[in-house]
Design a protein around this ligand. Structure first.
Ligand SMILES: Nc1nc2c(c(=O)[nH]1)N[C@@H](CN(C=O)c1ccc(C(=O)N[C@@H](CCC(=O)O)C(=O)O)cc1)CN2
Length: 286
């Protein structure tokens, strides 16, 4: 048996089509949603991701606002840039591309984003709102995973879900999303302190791996027919000396699982689509 692939790229394209219609409706009311990005330094990977976000904006009709600072930018310069975006009425939401250079205080930077303009949904106020079940921009990767599973009719209600990884951007908020009444899944949040990881993943209907450990999830750790979601994305150097990205799911898992969200082509494109969704929703609220 080979698993059915849940295509994040195609699903993200569908979502972008829907967003294009919503953006047109906003334009008829004289409102153009705007997404801002703040890039500090010239890391090629981060530049590529930021360029991708602006390409996505152009595709759906969202206005792009780009702020670029040198790698040696001071904390003050960054703070000033965020204050400008917070005050800019054309900017409905923005993100600070991570990781930031080591001399900058990432937590301070994230906290300086106006929570109402937090397109990544990572501000402590918005994570707190998620805990309390209040309306808030949702973190893009967890939201993208839930949306992809929903659109591919993977039942969540009553499902046993093992989430591997307790990071603040994926694992922890994903546990919160999946246990909302609207999803009603039962979540086991596994991490480096988990004693018998395989026992938890084998007991799960859905296994979501966001550990950043290439090949961590092997075939013996998955019950036949389970749904597996690969969130891992680690840059490795192949035997040919070339760099490439690899996920957390070992290739043999595809022979055991019923459905797999692969990397590439799964969670990454959905994360990008959810960023656009957060900005359009913000603009629709006026
Ligand atoms: N402020 C943020 N910084 C970072 C985030 C984020 O969500 N917000 N995530 C990553 C980088 N990132 C977006 O910024 C991102 C990474 C990967 C993908 C993606 O689509 N990946 C492809 C595979 C790799 C590739 O082709 O480049 C895939 O999964 O198919 C999208 C966005 C860190 N920083």
């Amino acid at each position: 048996m080979t698993a059915t692939l849940l295509d994040g790229k195609a699903t993200a394209a569908e979502i972008k089509d829907e967003l294009r219609t919503r953006v047109k409706a906003l334009a008829e009311r004289g409102a153009v949603p705007g997404l801002g990005t703040v890039l500090v330094g010239s890391d090629p990977g981060s530049q590529a991701y930021v360029n991708g976000k602006h390409r996505d904006c152009a595709e759906v009709g969202i206005a792009s606002i780009r702020r670029e600072l040198p790698a040696d930018a001071t904390q003050e310069q960054v703070d000033r840039t965020l204050a400008e975006l917070n005050a800019d009425p054309a900017c409905h939401g923005y993100i600070v591309q991570l990781p930031l250079p080591a001399h900058l205080d990432t937590q301070r930077v994230l906290e300086l984003i106006d929570p109402e303009k937090d397109a990544d949904g990572l501000h402590p106020v918005n994570l707190g709102r998620l805990v309390l079940g209040y309306d808030a921009p949702l973190p893009c990767t967890p939201r993208g995973i839930v949306e992809l599973l929903r659109r591919h009719e993977v039942p969540l209600r009553g499902a046993n879900v093992a989430v591997v990884g307790r990071g603040n951007t994926v694992g922890r908020p994903l546990g919160l999303l999946l246990t909302r009444r609207s999803e009603n899944a039962t979540v086991t949040l596994c991490h480096t302190g988990t004693l018998d990881l395989a026992a938890h993943t084998r007991a799960a209907d859905i296994v979501i791996v966001a550990a950043g450990v290439p090949g961590l999830l092997t075939a013996e750790m998955v019950t036949p027919g389970a749904v597996v979601v690969d969130v891992g994305i680690t840059r490795v150097i192949g035997s040919d000396g070339k760099g490439r990205y690899t996920g957390d799911v070992a290739p043999e898992v595809f022979e055991v699982a019923g459905k797999v969200v692969p990397m590439p082509g799964g969670v990454g494109p959905m994360t990008r689509a959810m960023l656009l969704t957060n900005v359009v929703e913000r603009a629709e609220r006026g």
